[in-house]
Design a protein around this ligand. Sequence first.
Ligand SMILES: NC(=O)c1ccc[n+]([C@@H]2O[C@H](COP(=O)([O-])OP(=O)(O)OC[C@H]3O[C@@H](n4cnc5c(N)ncnc54)[C@H](O)[C@@H]3O)[C@@H](O)[C@H]2O)c1
Length: 391
Amino acid sequence: MNYKVAIIGSGTMGSGIAQVAATAGCVVKVFDTKQEALDKSRHSLEKILSRLIEKGRIDEVEKNRIQSNIVYVDQLKELSHTDLTIEAIIEDLEVKKKVFSELEKYISKDSIIASNTSSLSIASIASSLQNPERCIGIHFFNPAPLMKLVEVIPAVQTSQDTVNKVVGVIKEWNKTVAIAKDTPGFIVNRVARPFYGEALRIYEEGIADIITIDTSLKAIGGFRMGPFELMDFIGNDINYTVTETVFKAFYYDPRYKPSFTQKRLSEAGYLGRKSGKGYYEYDEKGIIQTNTSVAKKDTELAQYIFNRVLVMLINEAADALFWNIASAEDIDNAMTKGVNYPKGLLAWADKKGIDWCVNKLDKLYNEYHEDRYRCSPILRRMERENRRFFK
Ligand SMILES: NC(=O)c1ccc[n+]([C@@H]2O[C@H](COP(=O)([O-])OP(=O)(O)OC[C@H]3O[C@@H](n4cnc5c(N)ncnc54)[C@H](O)[C@@H]3O)[C@@H](O)[C@H]2O)c1
């Protein structure tokens, strides 16, 4: 493929996306304002590719091919003559807008400009352009070379031609595309909120301790990591900020209310693996230190925890479908390929039974009388009509 690609920002995401595009055969120009960031990106690619050789996944020829496809530049104007630019700089709307409007001076009218933003609206970023129909969200997951999913987010200004071209390119990069509406959290960062939020709620209510909650979700649900392990892995500061951003962006919908437990951990600097302490304690290699507490051997409690978190996740996925955020297939693909859930949530709802979901949610609502537990209208309608999400 001879697509000319540009990446703005050579941090974690920019470097990963550059590797993906270069591996797929694109010529990639990587720009960053900091020379150290460009050097770091080049060195980290060298290390990653050498490791792949050690593991026998690629050979020296392939390594050289990928590396020679990437050019590191320190001037924005050197990104002219590109077909597609993906921006992965700091999450700041004003800074992104400034970079986009400057970039537009150097590139042709039909060159596509995309943002890898996790939380900003694509419409607001696109508004900085003279030709906003060329602007779109392309949301990769970390680490970009390993995670299969890419959310593609058209803004209200985006042309269908831009969507088609981007979907074609990302598929050629061997990724799974999920098209999402330009709404807070897109698919994954919205639908995944109860995995953390409901686990924290169960803990805060004193229903179970951290290790029992994690163990229940792994043992019964087949999740690779429990919610607390995962929050420690992501970083409590980052995970808390995503929740707070989604909460505010949804006009303070109580479903997304952040937790004081996580806020306090974040304020204390107990960020998780990266700081050596979060919900668990870690050694220098990031391995959890033997914890004195062990998971309670109470199968009824474990089942209660799993059911409660699962039904809240299903409700969120169903509600995303209700509001046409994405198709049922894309919602399920997003969760299995973007955050490695063992099953798609809507397929899981079919398996459990829609009536099971409605009953569980109504039980929670009747107990708490909080809007957080309101059942999505789509589930109620489907129960009434005896329908499933998939055939
Ligand atoms: N880290 C993740 O897990 C993740 C996942 C998905 C999306 N994102 C999004 O991707 C974007 C980048 O995140 P990251 O984690 O790679 O950040 P990062 O801090 O690792 O890298 C950002 C890079 O951008 C550079 N930069 C800052 N301002 C710039 C400018 N004006 N012009 C050029 N370069 C500039 C910085 O020097 C830095 O090298 C953010 O919008 C973030 O929300 C992050």
